[in-house]
Design a protein around this ligand. Structure first.
Ligand SMILES: [Zn+2]
Ligand SMILES: [Zn+2]
Length: 343
């Protein structure tokens, strides 16, 4: 294992904020490493290949979404198998108490080793630095997938709500798609950073700015990682256009349906992305020479990195350099670091 990004989901999971954490919990689902060993039937990857693993390490492969290439919406009895914290639907909540993956927990990327089904390991393009590729495996695909699904294109006006790890990726991808991008942030210091990206920064508290933007947007993406009020943003959409929520995964404030119905607007959600979309966004970022802004940390700085992510103080993604794991685990060495693939 070479690098692992620190995603806000890791923090929700560590703190059991979704009320489903299985301890011991080893988070991390923005993983880049080299194949150390491959099972006999593996054909897609060879020992030594640079590969990435995102949020999923397996899915049922039989349900309608899986057969359509939407593994992230797997409707199998246990849904998809997450890189950490086990199946998305644990046996206790599955029909007949069944667990088709034959394991209750999985351990993620804050580690020196990971075992993954070969289809769930993505190829890291040669011109993408591995530490930069890591956050694309979750933050990148989580924002790319809805922009692709709702057809963001050249000349569209796109608003990104929240300017953290997801917002940074979302803005760069939307700009590379040819959109005109507005970034909504609570942090005054980030207005300038929005400008540096080639986007326009707007303070979320600036109600007169929001007023002047009514009916202007082709797509809005909310990347705020906890529940929040989306009502100030709905009027910003043009008729028939969509506001998609990707950051928050809990019950949200009520929606004023007058603002939705009067202009046939849509309020939607989206969850990570498929394997194909994950490969696509890696290739897209390599082609357009974009990637997340990262702060490389050693594994013993993780507690501080978590605190800074909660405070919104990271610019914009912490990535753990896994070579540093040797310094805290006497039993492991860099030579031990590996991704195993199986088929
Ligand atoms: Zn994530
Ligand atoms: Zn499935």
């Amino acid at each position: 294992m070479l690098f692992c990004g620190v995603c806000h989901s890791d923090i929700h999971q560590i703190k059991n904020e979704w009320d489903n954490t299985i301890y011991p919990c080893v988070p991390g689902h923005e993983v880049v490493g080299r194949v150390r060993r491959a099972g006999a039937a593996v054909t897609r990857h060879a020992v030594g290949d640079l590969v990435g693993v995102g949020c999923m390490i397996d899915s049922c492969r039989q349900c309608e979404p899986c057969l359509a290439g939407d593994e992230n919406y797997c409707e199998g009895p246990n849904s998809w198998l997450a890189t950490y914290n086990g199946p998305m639907i644990p046996a206790s909540k599955a029909p007949g108490g069944k667990n088709t993956y034959a394991r209750d927990n999985t351990f993620g990327g804050y580690s020196n080793v990971l075992v993954v089904q070969e289809d769930f390991a993505l190829k890291i393009p040669a011109n993408l630095r591995p530490e930069v590729a890591a956050p694309i495996l979750c933050a990148g695909v989580t924002t790319y997938s809805p922009m692709k699904h709702w057809g963001v294109k050249q000349g569209d006006r796109v608003g990104i709500i929240g300017f953290g790890g997801l917002g940074d990726m979302a803005a760069k991808i939307a700009l590379a798609m040819g959109a005109e991008v507005t970034l909504f942030t609570t942090t005054k210091e980030k207005l300038e950073e929005a400008g540096r990206l080639g986007a326009t920064g707007v303070l979320e508290s600036d109600s007169s700015a929001l007023e002047s933007l009514q009916g202007k947007f082709d797509f809005l993406l909310s990347t705020i990682p906890q529940k929040h009020d989306i009502n100030p943003y709905i009027p910003l959409l043009k008729r028939d256009k969509t506001l998609c929520i990707v950051g928050a995964l809990e019950p949200m404030e009520g929606v004023n349906n007058q603002a939705v119905a009067f202009h046939r607007r849509n309020v939607a959600g989206s969850l990570i992305g498929s394997l194909q979309e994950t490969q696509e966004v890696l290739d897209f970022c390599a082609r357009h020479d974009i990637g997340p802004d990262i702060e490389l940390i050693n594994v013993d700085q993780i507690n501080e990195a978590v605190k800074r992510a909660i405070d919104g103080d990271v610019r914009f993604r912490s990535v753990i350099n896994m070579a540093s794991i040797g310094s805290v685990d006497a039993g492991a060495t860099v030579e031990d670091a590996a991704i195993f693939v199986s088929a």
